[in-house]
Design a protein around this ligand. Structure first.
Ligand SMILES: Cc1cc2nc3c(=O)[nH]c(=O)nc-3n(C[C@H](O)[C@H](O)[C@H](O)COP(=O)(O)OP(=O)(O)OC[C@H]3O[C@@H](n4cnc5c(N)ncnc54)[C@H](O)[C@@H]3O)c2cc1C
Length: 486
């Protein structure tokens, strides 16, 4: 026999006190009824915190007071915390000194509850890939459990609202695709606005439109016609006379000439990779599209926009009605979790899954410095690239412009590119020969897995735009579940 309820965390101090009194009364009644009691509080979705009470047996009054204290502290601190008692509490309660450590106890005993259930799919990671798979599997009547090590869903497309502004916490995300079916698919979950990405590059005090187009060339050389621009670029390339580019610098110079390279490519690329362009391999830049039209639309795709109200809502809708456990690292609880489902969809890092036994795959990471400013408009554009090597950051994102925000304040994020090391957020895979070879070896290991399937940008060690992640997840759905919602 059990009891399960969810209570939204109250927001005012008065509501919090009221809530604590309510819990107090609830616990008291329940313990008096000599029933087995399990208490757990956790964060979920955009709700700051939930308290879940799941009960069955008896607890002692002293323990009850300790739990109550933990509950109130968790509520006041607005933290995710769990307190769960063992079924066989009588034997353990005397020795269980850990009762003060609510989170540990919660996580430890949660597995008892999970283990008594059986799922068709355990989905590791509540990012876009995991969410698409979970949504489709759920629609097919499959029972899914999603575990996510962060304290929120959404993976890297997660948005956090700050004073009405959707802040792209893990970097600016613009949805763009040429695939009508993917555009229709994602539009089921959100309404998209008509944002068009038109970044601006700042080199010292000069501003240039991106991508490289007639607006850029006109500003750079004071010219007006495409032919003039073509002649200048061709002249610069001919003067350099680079036959076989030996590094990224020579490659870029041979494609766009000296002016565009020095003002708009060199500094930015060196900051991105943390190395001089002459030390970087030529293959990083395969081509540099030059547009001889006055068009600042960065993407060539037919469909583009930003979901009104942010990306998190998309993932929230996808995961609606599906069991999610936040703050749960699959790898830290592998033993408890691997038996709970028939199959596992793993969207974390593939090398970490194998404890890096073949070697470590490399990434570039980014540090975001986010600041709220008491002004309406900081830079007049969502994305400004800083192409001068003396400025330490690569870009400043002003989030409100993604949604044409009219708020009285603004939020900006400076992006600092940096080397990735274990423990950092892995953002961009470094797909050079060494890493691609290593990934292939991991992929061979993965192919031997009976019940684990790898997916997403970390599972596949590949930079995927969002539309490509949705396509890849739907492809996995088709293989696993048959025809899907397209
Ligand atoms: C800086 C940046 C900017 C981008 N901009 C764009 C853009 O403008 N347009 C575009 O289309 N795409 C963009 N992308 C790509 C986009 O972010 C990805 O396509 C998408 O987020 C990938 O989804 P995913 O589910 O594969 O991975 P993720 O979003 O990384 O989700 C994986 C989830 O798994 C969780 N996880 C990992 N390991 C474990 C574990 N052991 N246990 C439990 N949970 C775990 C992680 O915490 C994470 O939440 C950008 C990417 C970056 C890095």
């Amino acid at each position: 026999m059990g009891f399960w309820t969810r209570v939204r965390l109250p927001s005012t101090p008065f509501e919090r006190v009221l809530e604590s009194v309510m819990f107090s009364a609830f616990f008291f009644c329940y313990t008096q009824g000599r029933q087995n009691l399990q208490v757990c509080s956790r964060q979920e979705y955009g709700w700051r915190s939930f308290v879940i009470i799941h009960g069955c047996k008896l607890i002692r009054r002293t323990v009850y007071i300790k739990i109550l204290f933990q509950m109130v502290t968790a509520i006041i601190d607005k933290k995710a915390a769990c307190v769960m008692l063992e079924k066989d509490y009588n034997r353990n309660i005397e020795t269980n000194q850990n009762i003060g450590n609510a989170v540990d106890i919660g996580l430890y005993h949660q597995w008892e509850v999970i283990n008594s259930m059986k799922y068709d799919y355990l989905i590791v990671g509540a990012g876009l890939y995991g969410a698409v798979f979970a949504y489709e599997a759920n629609r097919k009547g499959k029972k899914c459990l999603v575990v996510e090590k962060r304290d929120h869903i959404g993976g890297n497309i997660y948005c956090e609202e700050i004073h009405g502004i959707q802040v792209h916490k893990y970097g600016a995300h613009i949805f763009h695709t040429s695939e009508k079916n993917i555009w229709d698919y994602v539009n089921q979950f959100a309404e998209f606005n008509n944002y068009i990405n038109s970044p601006v590059a700042r080199y010292q005090d000069e501003l240039y439109n991106l991508p490289f187009n007639m607006n850029t060339f006109s500003k750079m050389w004071g010219i007006t016609t495409p032919q003039e621009a073509k002649d200048i670029i061709a002249g610069q390339i001919a003067d350099l006379n680079i036959r076989e580019p030996k590094n990224l610098e020579e490659q870029a110079l041979s494609l766009v000439g000296r002016d565009v390279y020095e003002k708009l490519i060199k500094g930015y690329t060196e900051k991105q990779w943390g190395r001089d362009c002459r030390e970087l391999p030529a293959f990083i830049i395969k081509r540099l599209p030059l547009r001889f039209v006055y068009d600042n639309n960065y993407f060539n795709d037919r469909y583009q926009g930003i979901p009104v109200g942010g990306y998190t809502k998309i993932v929230e809708k996808m995961l609606n009605g599906i069991e999610i456990r936040l703050n749960v690292d699959y790898l830290a609880h592998r033993q408890e979790l691997e038996g709970v489902a028939d199959k596992i969809i793993y969207t974390g890092m593939i090398d970490q899954f194998y404890d890096y036994k073949l070697g470590v795959l490399e990434y570039r990471s980014v540090r975001f410095e986010t600041e709220e400013l008491a002004m309406e408009n900081y830079q007049g554009n969502a994305v400004v690239n800083y192409t001068d090597s003396k400025i330490p950051y690569t870009r400043i994102i002003e989030h409100k412009h993604f949604e044409f925000g009219q708020q009285p304040t603004t939020v900006i994020s400076r992006e600092y590119s940096r080397e990735w090391k274990k423990g950092d957020e892995p953002y961009y895979p470094v797909n050079n020969d060494r890493n691609n070879g290593l990934y292939e070896q991991y992929r061979e290991l993965a192919a031997q897995e009976k019940k684990v399937m790898f997916g997403g940008r970390l599972g596949g060690y590949q930079y995927y735009d969002m539309d490509k992640v949705i396509m890849a997840a739907l492809e996995m759905c088709r293989k696993e579940l048959g025809n899907c919602n397209m």
